[in-house]
Each structure stands twice: as structure tokens, then as C-alpha cells.
Ligand binder design. Structure first.
Ligand SMILES: Nc1ncnc2c1ncn2[C@@H]1O[C@H](COP(=O)(O)OP(=O)(O)OP(=O)(O)O)[C@@H](O)[C@H]1O
Ligand SMILES: [Mg+2]
Length: 301
């Protein structure tokens, strides 16, 4: 089956608004904290300054692998314009659930402080997200983390609906495979028709890689990123397991294409493995790990 690429990683801005948003957010993230890091363009500081055109919208993605904070402004054309994207390793969540409240709070506070200092504004409201189908008290923990980190108002959305806000899929399955979990949302006519998730993500791929290569788990992550071509054949059984999870999470929806969000399937060739194994059309996106954080910020009011 086909794998459609919405644009290869690092490619010029694709024509769609999704591609434009992802490329713009990736460019802001590459500039790093303070807007002066690698990849900064002349005039970037001006571009990343709040325009005052409208309320800034903030999204906090409390991921298993990393915590990401995104700030969106309104561009001159009224479209969303990322002006701040920052992340910090998380270590405070397992399978999408907050297990170390103090650490998660400290991480969000640190990201919030850095954004406020750089943008020269106070950020009082944010949206944040929980993996679909976790118990309600676990979902609420995401709200409490943001409140403890200093946000006065916190809007809570589910991760898959957030990802959909970036992808704007009308008929398709949005699949968010992060560090620890695989979330799936079925959309028909732009309306959410089903939502489910299972454990399984990049961390599990690291376990497969470490076992197969006889290396430590902490070595597996950098190896996977630095040597995607060598890693892919070793990871095929792990990717097929993720594919089986997606199959089990979407019974009766086999006609719909899969849209891949999240970092775990950013390894080159992963989309093809899923497409072939599941015999389904798979759409991949550059900078896929920014899809959910941007969508969380887009959910903010
Ligand atoms: N270039 C890459 N190649 C392969 N894997 C990658 C790459 N970049 C990130 N990853 C993987 O993506 C995962 C993190 O993805 P993401 O940021 O979407 O997860 P998360 O939101 O923190 O986790 P979750 O949503 O499960 O709570 C990590 O497990 C990492 O191994
Ligand atoms: Mg995630």
C-alpha cells in the first residue's frame, strides 16, 4: 500500500497549512531558547516577538519522553504563527500518566519562565492534554501540574483531538505514537467517531533495539536517531507490534488512511513498514513530534 509524505523532514514549507505550521514551528524550535540558537535567520527576533494582534495561545504537552511548550500568535494573514517552541526531557510520566508530580511541575515552570522571559509577556492561560482513555483523575493531574507551575487557567483536551487540530483530517485515523503510548482517533466528515489508546511507543522500540544490539537502553535512543537505516530492519518486529495495536484499535475502519503523529514513527521508513503490514494508506508528516503540541496550543482559547 501507499505511503504519502506530506513533505520529507527538513523540506521546504509544503503548500498545506499543516505543512506550513509544522515547518514554522520546527524553525522556531531550532532557533532554541532566546531565539538566537542554531538556524536563526536575520530578523528572527522581530519575527518571534508577539505582534499584539490578538491573545497568545499556549499549549503544554506533558509527554512521556519530553515536555513541550508552544506559543502561537496570529500572523498578519490571521493564520496561526508559532513564536515559541521549547522542550525539556520529561521523565515524570509513564504511559502518558503523571507519576512524578513535583518533577513534572518543575519542568513546566521552567519552560513557562523561559518563554515569558524571551517573549516579554506573562503567560496566564494554557491548554494541556491527556492520552485518551486514561482515568479521569489521571487526566486531571495534567491540569494540576500546569496550575502548580503558575498558570491561572488551564484547558484540558485529549491528545488525539489536539493532533487533529493541526492535521485537520476530514476522513481518516489520527495516530499519535509517542514515547510511551499509541493513541488513535477515528474521524469521519471531520467528526470524532472513535477514540482509544494502548501502551506502546518509542520507548518500546528502544527496548527492542537495545536487546537486539546488546547495548544499554540509554544508548539505544541516540543510536536509533543517528543510525536510522541500520536500526530500521531491527525495529521491524516492534513496528509491526505497533501496527497490530493500531489494527486492534480501529476495527471496521480499515478503509480510512492513517495519519501518523508523534515522534516514535519519525524513523525513516517506519510509515512504509506500517503501510505494507496493514495494507493501508499511511500519511507521514515532517516534524511529526510537533503535531500534538501545536494542536494543544490551537485548542487554547
Ligand atoms: N528522529 C527520530 N527518530 C526516531 N525516533 C524518534 C525521533 N525523534 C523522536 N523519536 C522518538 O519519539 C519518542 C517521543 O515522541 P513524542 O515526543 O511524540 O512522545 P511523548 O509525547 O513524550 O510521549 P507520549 O505521547 O507517549 O506520552 C521517543 O521515544 C523517541 O525515541
Ligand atoms: Mg505525546
Amino acid at each position: 500500500m501507499t505511503t504519502l509524505q506530506a513533505g520529507p523532514p527538513g523540506a521546504a514549507v509544503p503548500a498545506t497549512d499543516t505543512g506550513r505550521l509544522l515547518a514554522a514551528a520546527a524553525a522556531v524550535a531550532a532557533r532554541g531558547s532566546g531565539g538566537s540558537g542554531a538556524g536563526a535567520d536575520a530578523g528572527s527576533e522581530d519575527r518571534d516577538t508577539p505582534s499584539g494582534r490578538g491573545r497568545l495561545r499556549v499549549g503544554v504537552d506533558l509527554g512521556t519522553a519530553s515536555c513541550v511548550l508552544v506559543v502561537l500568535d496570529a500572523g498578519p494573514d490571521g493564520r496561526d504563527r508559532p513564536i515559541w517552541v521549547d522542550s525539556h526531557p520529561s521523565g515524570a510520566l509513564r504511559d502518558g500518566v503523571v507519576v512524578d508530580f513535583a518533577r513534572a511541575t518543575a519542568t513546566v515552570r521552567r519552560l513557562k519562565d523561559a518563554a515569558e522571559a524571551a517573549l516579554g509577556v506573562e503567560l496566564r492561560r494554557t491548554a494541556t492534554a491527556y492520552p485518551p482513555c486514561i482515568p479521569v483523575q489521571d487526566a486531571r493531574a495534567c491540569t494540576y501540574v500546569c496550575e502548580s507551575a503558575g498558570f491561572d487557567e488551564v484547558l484540558l483536551v485529549d491528545e488525539v483531538t489536539a493532533a487533529q487540530r493541526t492535521l485537520e483530517v476530514r476522513d481518516g485515523v489520527v495516530v499519535d505514537v509517542g514515547g510511551g503510548s499509541t493513541g488513535v482517533g477515528v474521524f469521519r466528515d471531520g467528526v470524532l467517531a472513535g477514540l482509544d489508546d494502548r501502551p506502546g511507543g518509542g520507548h518500546h522500540l528502544d527496548l527492542v533495539l537495545a536487546g537486539a544490539l546488546g547495548i544499554a537502553l540509554e544508548e539505544a535512543e541516540p543510536y536509533k536517531r543517528a543510525h536510522p537505516r541500520e536500526s530500521l530492519p531491527v525495529l521491524v518486529p516492534g513496528l509491526q507490534r505497533i501496527a497490530e495495536n493500531i489494527r486492534a484499535l480501529t476495527p471496521g475502519e480499515e478503509d480510512l488512511p492513517l495519519h501518523l503523529a508523534g515522534g516514535a514513527l519519525m524513523i525513516a521508513g517506519a510509515g512504509d513498514v506500517l503501510a505494507k503490514y496493514l495494507e493501508r494508506t499511511v500519511v507521514t508528516y515532517p516534524h511529526a513530534l510537533l503535531i500534538t503540541p501545536i494542536g494543544i496550543a490551537r485548542s487554547a482559547t
